[in-house]
Design a protein around this ligand. Structure first.
Ligand code: SF4
Length: 312
């Protein structure tokens, strides 16, 4: 079984060379996909990697909105997603039609819309600027002072950025079904078990969990934070795939997955839809391919480029 996986990984690498492709993988992907990728990172890092690549094809091991983002900033490249069903509960909580209707109804507020990157191309096209959890604070601080801000779609990340910047924003009531499973009770309990461990949580977690954390940061920052911290043990409160990267890059420290109150293991079912087999098949057949109407793509590109300029 292990040998088969190794062979398939090798075949995928060979195919990648033939197709002049680059493989990008999100931190929450299965370990075998992270291991075969050219670049593993968070949404911001992946956006940069997608922007910089000179490959003809991007095999995007992540969820749909991420592959869409890669396509938006690389219209001439072919972007392939191993499983087209790999969606996102957070993105789905903000359908473009609902946001459009909300903005029309509240036209008098003349909202400046800041969209977390975890949203569809249709929502990006309605936004003024995009942010990731890694640069949200910077993006919000740079927002025009004379405009009322609307933050979509993640209410927890939005609330966290408000706390950090002191800037008031109206928040869309969306959330990530994985991160809201962590509770103050489940985190307090594991803390008692590992009293010396440092708790590191993602800002998509609820306020009650963020309050218990020693550090709240993006998945990318988690890597540098844990590397540089004098602590030896860490409780990681985010999607469980993150532990693979942390253990690989910081082998001398101990990482414990933040638990939930039930048997839910902290794995995102959408992220885990991609497999090595599907990735190989997708690159072989050059499908499923991400395509977008040019008008939407063009409108969605502007706020992404604004973000990339701001966080450069
Ligand atoms: S972990 Fe949450 S935000 Fe990320 S893809 Fe899964 S559902 Fe969406």
């Amino acid at each position: 079984m292990v040998a088969l996986a190794v062979d398939l990984a090798e075949e995928l690498r060979e195919l990648k060379r033939e197709r002049n492709a680059v493989i990008l993988a999100h931190n929450y992907q299965r370990p075998e996909l992270q291991d075969v990728a050219d670049f593993v990172g968070d949404s911001l890092g992946l956006s940069y990697a997608a922007q910089k690549t000179d490959a003809d094809v991007i095999l995007f091991c992540g969820v749909h909105f991420m592959a869409e983002t890669a396509k938006i900033i690389n219209p001439a490249k072919r972007v392939i997603l191993p499983d087209l069903e790999a969606g996102c509960s957070l993105s789905e909580s903000c359908p473009p039609a609902r946001l459009k209707a909300f903005l029309e109804k509240n036209a008098a507020k003349n909202y400046y819309v800041i969209a977390y990157i975890n949203c569809s191309a249709g929502v990006k096209a309605l936004s003024d600027v995009i942010c990731t959890s890694g640069n949200a604070e910077k993006v919000v601080r740079a927002a025009p002072q004379d405009r009322q801000l609307l933050f979509v779609p993640d209410q927890n990340l939005g609330a966290w950025v408000m706390e950090r910047t002191g800037r008031k924003m109206d928040l869309w009531q969306g959330n990530c079904y994985v991160h809201v499973e962590f509770t103050a009770r489940s985190i307090s309990k594991i803390r008692e078990e590992y009293p010396d461990a440092v708790v590191v949580a993602h800002p998509e977690c609820t306020y009650a969990v963020r309050m218990l954390a020693d550090e709240v940061c993006s998945t990318e920052k988690m890597v540098s934070y844990c590397k540089n911290s004098p602590a030896h043990e860490f409780i990681i409160v985010t999607e469980a795939g993150m532990l693979h990267r942390l253990k690989k890059e910081i082998p001398d420290k101990i990482f414990i997955a933040g638990p939930t109150d039930n048997c839910f293991c902290g794995e995102c079912r959408y992220m885990k839809m991609n497999t090595l087999e599907k990735a190989h098949r997708a690159l072989l057949n050059m499908e499923p391919e991400i395509t977008l109407p040019e008008e939407i793509r063009r409108r969605a590109e502007r706020p992404i480029l604004r973000m990339l300029e701001l966080s450069a």
